[in-house]
Design a protein around this ligand. Structure first.
Ligand SMILES: [Zn+2]
Length: 280
């Protein structure tokens, strides 16, 4: 079981949402082993009309013809990584050997990412950039060479063409070249990441214990969008999102970071506004 999968994903710098129970989720041991050696990319074949929640639920539960979980990870159009399962999943099926990964039982040998895409809508640059970063972070974390990246359509022996567009696989040689070229954050970025983590935990603690940020008045309130984002970040604050509305994300953030020193606050604010998308 890859119980460190969420931590591995966070090294990409992308937003990561952990589905409840993911650490113990997987196909039963009776279905086969799970000893992954590389990262396999897919598309879900779900369109924009299907909510992220519905797609995530599909990945967790499967469908009448294929029991879940259907992949270890989901990657939504807003570049959020959804952690679905730490164990074996029904994503690869029978496979051929590729880049040093054995053939046969693909679900044993590959860690799967299902990208939320219909297979007909195309692949925006920002989605691809995020996907490259996610693949690179996983490969580095697990000590696999950057070349151990494949498309389902490359290794499948049953005629798959995902991830693709209109029945044709995306250019996986270009994809691998991009993954090979991903540079994980430099020292400044690492520092900012650490500072962001400090801020995140500070804010989560404040929410959990209903502590107001320093300088906030009696009418201090948190906007619903920010609540949702923070709940995603914390994973387990969802049941506390009740009866709170109004207010401006940047103002709230400003109030909270007043308790941090100026240099740290400035970096955190910049990163926070990038991560949570500005105003509620
Ligand atoms: Zn697939």
């Amino acid at each position: 079981m890859l119980t460190d999968l969420a931590a591995a994903c966070r090294k990409s710098g992308l937003r990561v949402v952990e589905s409840p129970g993911w650490k113990t989720r997987g196909r039963p041991a009776s279905t086969g082993q799970f000893t992954p050696m590389g990262v396999l990319n897919h598309h879900t074949a779900t369109g924009r009309g299907t909510s992220d929640q519905a797609t995530t639920s599909l990945l967790i539960n499967g469908h009448k013809d294929l029991p879940g979980p259907l992949s270890q990870l989901g990657f939504s159009r807003d570049r959020t990584v959804h952690v679905i399962a730490a164990g074996r999943c029904n994503h690869a099926g029978p496979s051929r050997a590729f880049a040093g990964v054995p053939g046969g039982d693909g679900n044993r040998w590959w860690l799967g990412i299902e990208v939320f895409n219909s297979g007909y809508e195309g692949w925006p640059d920002d989605v691809m950039d995020g996907l490259h970063a996610l693949n690179a972070a996983l490969l580095d974390h697990y000590g696999w060479p950057r070349s151990r990246v494949a498309a389902h359509g490359e290794i499948s022996t049953s005629g798959k063409w995902d991830p693709g567009v209109n029945g044709r696989l995306i250019d996986m040689n270009a994809f691998r070249a991009a993954v090979a070229g991903v540079t994980q954050g430099d020292d400044d970025m690492q520092n900012t990441e650490e500072q962001y983590e400090i801020f995140r935990h500070f804010l989560a603690r404040a929410l959990r214990y209903d502590v107001r940020p320093l300088g906030a008045g009696a009418d201090w309130k948190l906007g619903p969008t920010l609540w949702e984002r923070l709940a995603q970040l914390e994973g387990n604050l969802g049941d506390q999102i009740t009866g709170i509305e109004g207010a401006d994300v940047e103002e709230i953030a400003q109030q909270v970071v007043e308790s941090l020193d100026d240099d740290l606050a400035e970096k955190v604010l910049a990163l926070l506004s990038d991560r949570i998308g500005g105003k509620a």
